[in-house]
Design a protein around this ligand. Structure first.
Ligand code: PMP
Length: 298
């Protein structure tokens, strides 16, 4: 993150329930359903060179996450997309990160929350993308998490819902405490799933392999990278991946709005050598997000 200021104590303003308000005044009472019961969905969006990358796709996912959680956002998608742009403008952000969030309010404090108001906020902060391919290509180290991605009938796995991040933070903290950058999570079947905030890809014999997004988020970056690979005639297969298969994969990288395309050198006992395909897609993605009109259609 670009700044070490606490997120509740910053200058400027953000969008909260329909209007731009002073940053520090965007408060929420401690008796808020979203805080106690996880009735909260959010987005992570990036702006590059003054253009919000895949804005409509992120807004659509926010609404879909809310729908899955039974929450009716009291705005249109167009209004939330406009709010996202306004939040950037309010902070004069041209290269940064944007966080739209929707959550249930304080009208009820119990499991049942039918009559709670749905609040929406959008805040933006500076987060330039430092792109040093040489440094990045060394790759990060992941450990294998002890937490498993839940089954689709155990949790609303296609929603970007706050509650699903409990096991991500636990996994990430455990990995960091042992000197790793992040963790690879398996799913409820023991198949390879994703990292704690990013999807995962592997290379074998010049082709890309990535897990089927059937119990985790089908990331917007994941879709962009698949399209970019196909545009270069790199074959892409989405299939179930067993952990032991990692032995036979030559390259690995993770993808996400925050992670962009980040090469991986190690996952537990498995080693990878970030190579030509990873580098190509890293560069293609860096160009894609900065293109005036993104070529990639999701
Ligand atoms: N999985 C998880 C758990 C995430 O938090 C993210 C980041 N939103 C992703 C995957 C990647 O999604 P996207 O490419 O849309 O940012």
């Amino acid at each position: 993150m670009a700044s070490v200021d606490p997120f509740d104590d910053r200058d400027g303003s953000l969008w909260y329930d329909g209007k731009i308000v002073p940053w520090r005044s965007a408060e929420t009472h401690v008796l808020t359903h979203g805080l106690h019961y996880g009735s909260c969905v959010f987005e992570g969006v990036r702006i590059y060179n003054g253009r919000i990358y895949q804005l409509e796709a992120h807004t659509a996912r926010l609404f879909e996450s809310a729908r899955i959680m039974g929450m009716k956002i009291p705005y249109t998608e167009e209004e939330i997309s406009a709010a996202t742009a306004e939040a950037c403008k309010a902070q004069n952000i041209t290269d940064g990160y944007i966080r739209p969030v929707a959550f249930r309010g304080s009208e009820m404090m119990a499991v049942s929350a039918q009559n709670t108001r749905i609040h929406v906020a959008v805040a933006a902060w500076q987060w330039p993308s430092y792109f040093d391919p040489k440094e990045k290509l060394k790759g990060i180290r992941l450990e294998i998490s002890e937490w498993k991605r839940p089954a689709p009938d155990t949790a609303p796995t296609q929603a970007k819902a706050a509650g699903l991040y409990m096991i991500c933070t636990l996994s990430k903290h455990a990995a960091e405490s042992r000197g790793y950058a992040d963790a690879l999570m398996l799913d409820y079947r023991g198949l390879v799933a994703e990292a704690t905030g990013a999807n995962v890809f592997f290379v074998k014999d010049g082709a890309l392999i990535t897990p089927i997004a059937d119990c985790f988020l089908n990331g917007i970056t994941r879709k962009s990278v698949i399209a970019l690979a196909r545009a270069r005639q790199i074959p892409v297969t989405e299939r179930h991946i067993e952990l032991k298969e990692l032995e036979g994969f030559s390259e690995c990288f993770i993808t996400g709005t925050a992670a962009e395309v980040t090469p991986v050198a190690e996952i537990g006992p498995y080693k990878f050598a970030p190579g030509a395909i990873t580098e190509t897609l890293m560069n293609d993605y860096a160009n894609e997000v900065r293109r005036p009109d993104p070529q990639v259609k999701l």
